[in-house]
Design a protein around this ligand. Structure first.
Ligand code: F6R
Length: 233
C-alpha cells in the first residue's frame, strides 16, 4: 500500500485528483466511484480540471433500495449534484434502487465484469466498512442486497419527511466486486477514522475489518490526513 498523508481534506482533494489524472494518462477507461463526504473534495478538483470523462464509464459502489434516482437522498442524485452534471461520463452506472433484488444484483455484477474497473475510489466507515459491506461480510461477496443497521436507519431518518420513506435496504458491490478493480484509492479523514485506518493497514486481514482485505490487493493508494493516521505505528 502506498500511503499519502495530507494536511486536510482540501489537500486530499488535490492528491486524489493527481491519482485520477495519472490513471487517465495511463489509459484508464472505467472509474469506480463512491458517495459520502470524503470524495467531495476530489470531485471538486475533477470538476475544476480540464480532464474529460465524456468517453469514459463510471460505476458507483452502492444505492439505497426503494429510492428512485430523482430522490434527493439517492446516491444517483448525489452523484449528479457533486460530479456528473458538471463532468458527464459516457455512461454512469449506479444500482437501480427501484429494481428487484435478484435482477439488479446480477445485472450490476454483470456490468462490473463487462467493464473492468481501472480505478476504484473508496471511503472508509468508522467500523472499517467499504461500500455498504459491514463487518462480517464475506470477502468473496459480489453485488448484493444489504440490510441497513438500526443506527444507520435512525441516522438517516432526519433526511426524510416520512419515516416510511427511510430506506431499510441497499444494493452494494461486494468486497469481491471491489477487489476486482485494477487500482484502488481509499481516502479517510478525521480522528473518528483513526482506529479503522490503523486496523486496515496494520491489523490482521479479517472479515471483521472489511477494509483489511486491501492488504491483499496489489495496487492500493491510501490518502489520509494527520488525524486519520494518528494511530498508525
Ligand atoms: C459511499 C460508501 C461508504 C462511505 C463511507 C464513508 O458510497 O459506500 O462506504 O464511503 O461510509 O463515508 P463518509 O465519506 O461520509 O465518511
Amino acid at each position: 500500500m502506498k500511503i499519502l498523508q495530507v494536511k486536510d481534506q482540501q489537500a486530499g482533494g488535490r492528491a486524489g485528483y493527481e491519482v485520477f489524472a495519472e490513471a487517465v494518462k495511463n489509459g484508464a477507461q472505467v472509474f469506480g466511484l463512491a458517495t459520502g463526504s470524503t470524495p467531495i473534495s476530489i470531485y471538486d478538483e475533477l470538476k475544476a480540471s480540464d480532464l474529460d470523462f465524456s468517453d469514459k464509464i463510471s460505476i458507483n459502489l452502492d444505492e439505497y433500495k426503494g429510492l428512485p434516482g430523482t430522490h434527493e437522498q439517492s446516491y444517483r442524485y448525489f452523484m449528479n449534484e457533486h460530479l456528473f452534471n458538471a463532468k458527464p461520463f459516457k455512461e454512469s452506472y449506479v444500482p437501480d434502487g427501484m429494481a428487484d433484488t435478484e435482477t439488479e444484483t446480477k445485472r450490476y455484477e454483470g456490468i462490473i465484469d463487462a467493464n473492468p474497473i481501472d480505478l476504484q475510489i473508496l471511503g472508509l466507515g468508522q467500523n472499517g466498512h467499504i461500500g455498504f459491506n459491514e463487518p462480517g461480510t464475506p470477502f468473496d461477496s459480489l453485488t448484493h442486497e444489504v440490510t441497513l443497521t438500526e443506527s444507520t436507519i435512525e441516522a438517516n431518518a432526519r433526511f426524510f419527511e416520512n419515516e416510511n420513506e427511510v430506506p431499510r435496504y441497499a444494493y452494494s458491490m461486494g468486497i469481491g466486486s471491489i477487489m476486482k478493480a485494477k487500482q484502488i484509492l481509499l481516502v479517510a479523514y478525521g480522528a473518528a477514522k483513526a482506529d479503522a485506518v490503523a486496523a486496515m493497514i496494520e491489523g490482521p486481514v479479517t472479515e471483521e475489518m472489511p477494509a483489511s482485505i486491501l492488504q491483499k490487493h496489489a495496487n492500493v493508494t491510501v490518502i489520509i490526513d494527520e488525524a486519520a493516521g494518528a494511530k498508525l505505528t
